[in-house]
Design a protein. Structure first.
Length: 319
């Protein structure tokens, strides 16, 4: 009886966390659709195309460089013994900082890239600064939820999404210049890094940042296979955009890239549910409680099956 009550409580907690994260994701999704509507009316075709290209480069950087280290916190933090959480988080910050720096160096090769992609070189060094900082900032998307504070993560997502949309729209309306828009994008990336550091130092379950080389090796050993699998899967969804970017003008690419935003609808449901599920799933597997872990996954799939078909039906009906 006690075990059944605990299972019901865990399921209820997952629903609540998934609900918070889904609402945050929905608002972010709506704002992602709304910002280009404003920008396209205040930027030239060339500038708007360059803006969309910069996001393609940044999103590809998020696939290639973080090496699944932020997501590995879903595995390590729920199982961490007292005193190791700050080291795990600090290790992730340090690795992302180094990987972001590597991305900045590699983006120096932009002049040799084909067509409109190489044209982003005229916006140096802002493109490189934004991509490198955005990679470091990606830890905020995972850290609070992996640490068991999904509500904090949802509030951070909502607050940052509103600030980002307002800042980008305001810069476009006020200046109509891609240069000022890039400055704002870099400032937003720095703000996101600041929020992640603030959480680690003042709001985490075990506050502070540390470093442990042995733990880094364990984290990389765990994350690299997932990084390869997830990277190939995610890049598959971006190949068409890179083909367009390599062979057509930036304004033509902008048209295609806006249509691709619709693909985020599935992630809007899957990602919050997965993020809410993983800490509990990791704890159950760590305790050897495989039966309850399987039941948890089954309930998650049932919930996903009840939510996704109506959403896609609504999308088809309103297309």
């Amino acid at each position: 009886m006690r075990r059944a009550r605990a299972a019901r409580g865990m399921t209820s907690g997952i629903r609540r966390k998934a609900g918070f994260l889904a609402v945050a994701g929905l608002l972010e999704y709506v704002l992602q659709l709304g910002v280009p509507v404003i920008l396209v009316r205040h930027l030239t075709k060339q500038d708007f195309g360059d803006y969309r290209l910069m996001w393609l480069v940044a999103q590809t950087g998020l696939i290639l460089f973080p090496l699944f280290l932020p997501q590995s916190l879903f595995y390590f933090l729920p199982r961490a013994v007292p005193g190791t959480r700050p080291k795990l988080v600090g290790n992730t910050f340090a690795c992302l900082f180094a990987l972001g720096g590597l991305s900045i160096l590699l983006l120096g090769l932009m002049p040799i890239l084909p067509s409109s992609i190489g044209g982003l070189q005229r916006h140096s060094p802002f493109v490189q600064m934004f991509v490198g900082t955005w990679i470091l900032a990606s830890i905020l998307d995972v850290l609070p939820t992996a640490d068991g504070k999904a509500e904090w993560g949802a509030c951070a997502t909502i607050g940052f999404a509103i600030v980002r949309a307002a800042a980008l729209a305001g810069a476009a309306v006020a200046s109509g210049d891609i240069g000022w828009l890039l400055v704002v994008m870099c400032a937003l990336a720095i703000l996101k890094v600041g929020l992640a550091v603030f959480y680690a130092l003042f709001a985490a379950q075990e506050r502070g940042l540390g470093f442990d080389g042995q733990l880094v090796r364990s984290q990389l050993k765990y994350s690299l296979p997932f990084a390869m699998a997830d990277g190939f899967f995610a890049l598959r969804a971006q190949v068409d955009q890179w083909v367009v970017a390599a062979n057509f003008s930036s304004s033509a690419f902008a048209l295609i890239s806006i249509a691709s935003v619709v693909k985020l609808l599935g992630n809007l449901t899957r990602t919050p549910l997965g993020n809410a599920l993983l800490p509990n799933f990791s704890s159950l597997v760590g305790e050897g409680n495989l039966d309850d872990a399987r039941k948890l996954v089954t309930k998650a799939y049932l919930l996903l099956g009840c939510v996704l078909p109506p959403l896609y039906g609504l999308l088809i009906a309103t297309a």
